[in-house]
Write a protein that binds this ligand. Structure first.
Ligand code: DX5
Ligand code: ZN
Length: 219
């Protein structure tokens, strides 16, 4: 099994100092998680393509872009072209996830499919060979700082079973309420990529907070 990925979410950082926020976790984090929200797919509004393009020039850490937007066909390729390592769009926002994943891969990015709180994962299991990342929300998408929903781990177990049974190379990512008191349960359920906003940027020393999370999942 591949070693765990820790991806701090800059949603919990100071938006006036995003480059500093990324520099603070370089060397400690594997990816930086960028939450794009459009005030339509979710009620919240965050950052978009121009900010990602500018931030891309400030660091070489891989970007894990999480698109919580409607019409991902229109916008997702731009993030791949901007140099995102992984571009994840929501299952609830598209009728043809396989086609969009193909487009993203052709544009040079890994393709991720996200499953929100109220969506069952079973209908998407057959699509796993077409994506690089499957993101299970462990909250309802839209805001940082929410409480982890342990019942979402049934979905994580379901996806892990299929990944292992078919020997697929798919990252199984969890997002929402991941912290020192929840990350082990997510890992035991089969997750191998962990997004953490508040637990990293709410800490006095973000790099140290990442080290503590990593120690909990690396054993
Ligand atoms: C919420 C975002 C998450 C968020 C997680 O919709 O997708 O990535 O930043 O924040 P925490 O870790 O605080 O729950
Ligand atoms: Zn996210």
């Amino acid at each position: 099994t591949p070693s765990p990925i820790i991806a701090p979410s800059i949603l919990a950082a100071d938006f006036a100092r995003l480059a500093d926020a990324v520099h603070a976790i370089e060397g400690a984090a594997d990816w930086v998680h960028v939450d794009v929200m459009d005030n339509h797919f979710v009620p919240n509004l965050t950052i978009g393509l121009p900010v990602v393009q500018s931030l891309r020039k400030a660091t070489s850490i891989p970007f894990d872009v999480h698109l919580m937007i409607t019409d991902p066909e229109r916008w997702a390729p731009g993030y791949a072209e901007a140099g995102a390592h992984n571009v994840t769009f929501h299952a609830e926002a598209t009728d043809d996830p396989v086609a969009l994943a193909k487009t993203l891969r052709a544009a040079g990015a890994k393709a991720g499919l996200a499953i929100d709180r109220d969506t069952a994962v079973e209908p998407y299991l057959d699509l796993l060979p077409h994506v690089d990342t499957l993101l299970i929300m462990t909250i309802k998408a839209g805001f940082g700082g929410q409480k982890f929903l342990p019942e979402m781990l049934d979905k994580v177990r379901e996806v892990r079973r299929r990944i292992d049974a078919d020997s697929l190379e798919v990252r199984l990512e969890v997002d929402g309420g991941i912290a020192a008191d929840t990350i082990e349960r997510a890992a035991e359920a089969g997750a191998d990529a962990f997004v953490a906003g508040t637990a990293v940027y709410g800490a006095h020393d973000p790099a140290e907070a990442i080290g503590k999370l990593r120690a909990l999942v690396e054993g």
